[in-house]
Every structure is written in C-alpha cells, then in structure tokens.
Design a protein around this ligand. Structure first.
Ligand code: RIB
Ligand code: CA
Length: 309
C-alpha cells in the first residue's frame, strides 16, 4: 500500500509528542517534516520540545520553526496543563540537533507547491502556520490533499465554555483554514477527551520496555493530574487521534457537517460552530470525529511504540 505523505504541525506539548511518536513510525505514513507553532507554550519552548523528542528517539525527520504569535489575538499559553517548559515530566539529554533554517511557513508553501497534491497536513496545535501559508500563497489550497486536525468541540470547550484551545489561541487562523475549501477532518474534544492515558495505559506502554514506551510513561504521567482543571481523571492524548484517524478511519464514527468559526468577541469567540443537525443547510465542509474504538486505538498506539528504539 502506498504510504500516506504527511506533515505534522504541532505545539509540543505532551500529547503532541505522542502524536509525533506515532506519525514517525507508523508503517503506512511517510512523515515528510514537522512544523512547529506557538501554542501550549511559546515557540522558544515548543520548538526545542519537539527537537528533544526527535533527538531522544533518533528520528530522521526535519523540524521547522514557525509562527511565534497568533495572527490577531493576544497570545495565550497552556502552562497550567503542560507546565512551564511546555513538556514538563521527561528529562532529556542536552539538545544537540537543530531546526532547519527555512521558516515553517516557507517550507509548507515550497513543499506543497512542488508536490503532486498528495500531501496531508495534520495540524495538532493552533492553525497559525497553516493559515499564514494560505495567505502568503493561496495556490497551496489546491495542492493540499486534505487537512486532518485535532481541534474544536461540538459541545463544551476547554479554554472557555465555548472554545477549544487550538482554535481559541488563534480563531482568525482557524477561520481562514475552515473557510479555505480544503477537505477537512476534525477530531474535537468530545472525542479526544475519551482517549485518556490513565495509570493502566501508562503502565502498559512502559512495559513495552523500550525508550519510546518509557518516554510515553514519563510524558503522560505528568498530565495524569494536570487535567483535573477540565474535570478529567487523566491526560487525554488529544493529538494522537488525528494521526490514527489518518491510518485507521475504521476506528471512528464520524459525521459530515458545516463547521464555522465564531469570531464574535463575546463569550463564544473561537467556538467551532458544528451544525450537526444541518439547521443552516450549508455546505458540509468538515468530517467530524464523534466516537473512537478505544480498545483498537490503544492497540494501534502500542504497536507503533514497539517499532521505536
Ligand atoms: O485542546 C487540546 C489541544 O490543545 C491539544 O492539541 C493540546 O496539545 C493543546 O495544544
Ligand atoms: Ca497540541
């Protein structure tokens, strides 16, 4: 089977790191590059955090630093969940590898324009890099195979009652992406909050006995308690669900619907307005993940971690 060509766009972050571990070793994925954006923490943390995971696991993938600030909105980070470093918990060796010199937005534009239109973008942080690439070179819209993202919520948000973090950090970027016409699959909080890395899951991955399994345990042990703020009993691996949807859509229950981004400056700013009952009769621009087969999801994650060192 032809491998799926993808670019991971992330704001590493605990669950981003696990998404990178899965995307880098799944047999059906060709991970072309990793672009990094400010989100969970500032770019001067999300970029080295990403590089640490690449170095620690000896991954052969180029990493590109991207946008340091949202397009319009004042920057907000999630250090309550991810800690001061943005990836508190694991202890890494001194960072020796570097990011590419090319800016992530220029890398996205160049790679997509040179491609045959067969590259999937998998953003699992704020959509600033993707939106900026679309603004700088609108021709890339036709060259993006599809976007599979973690973000948004059909129901309650986690940054505000209305808005999920990735969208809320840069709502204008999300609006540009969601109204671009590119085929989108969205894994919202309603689904991702069920993918909880509790003690049992952490022990299961640690028992794999390799560096990746231990890194999973070190990373997700930190979020065991940092998500209580959202009423969760353990840390969800939100971002991993976007990568696993790419390679195993059969694990998901989905529904196509119109999704718009609320840019009103009131309490619903940054909300993904998901027209699940088609009240507006508008184009169904997004495939929304509603449920996931968790048993098969964790089996898939374990299988991929076993492929690491
Ligand atoms: O709301 C969850 C999302 O926000 C995840 O991508 C997590 O990494 C943070 O970026
Ligand atoms: Ca993320």
């Amino acid at each position: 089977m032809k491998k799926i060509k993808m670019i991971l766009d992330c704001d590493t972050g605990h669950d981003d790191a696990i998404a990178l571990m899965v995307a880098s070793k799944h047999p059906d994925i060709e991970l072309l590059g990793v672009t990094v954006v400010a989100g969970n923490s500032t770019l001067d943390k999300t970029l080295p955090n990403t590089l640490h995971v690449v170095q620690h696991l000896g991954l052969d993938v180029p990493v590109y630093g991207g946008m340091a600030k949202p397009i319009v909105k004042a920057q907000e980070v999630a250090d309550d969940v991810h800690g001061k470093s943005g990836l508190d918990g694991p202890v890494f060796d001194e960072l020796k590898i570097k990011a590419q010199d090319e800016h992530a937005v220029n890398y996205l534009i160049r790679t997509l324009m040179e491609s045959d239109g067969d590259i999937t973008l998998v953003p699992v942080g704020p959509l600033t890099n993707i939106a900026m690439a679309m603004l700088m070179e609108p021709e890339i819209v036709k060259k993006i195979r599809r976007i599979v993202l973690m973000g948004g919520a059909v129901g309650i948000g986690n940054s505000t009652p209305s808005a999920e973090f990735n969208i809320y950090v840069d709502p204008e970027a999300a609006h540009i992406v969601f109204s671009s016409g590119v085929e989108i699959a969205m894994m919202p909080l309603d689904l991702t909050n069920t993918a909880l890395a509790d003690e049992k899951v952490i022990e299961r991955m640690a028992n794999i006995g390799n560096k990746a399994g231990q890194l999973f345990a070190d990373i997700m042990s930190f979020t065991l308690h940092s998500q209580a703020v959202n009423g969760l009993s353990a840390g969800p691996v939100h971002d991993v669900t976007a990568v696993t949807y790419l390679v195993a859509p059969e694990l998901y229950e989905t529904k196509k619907m119109h999704v718009d981004i609320d840019l009103s400056k009131g309490p619903s700013y940054g909300r993904t307005v998901c027209d699940i009952n088609d009240r507006f009769h508008l184009d169904k621009n997004v495939t929304v993940g509603l449920k996931i087969d968790l048993e098969r999801f964790w089996d898939l994650v374990e299988d991929v971690l076993r492929r690491h060192i």
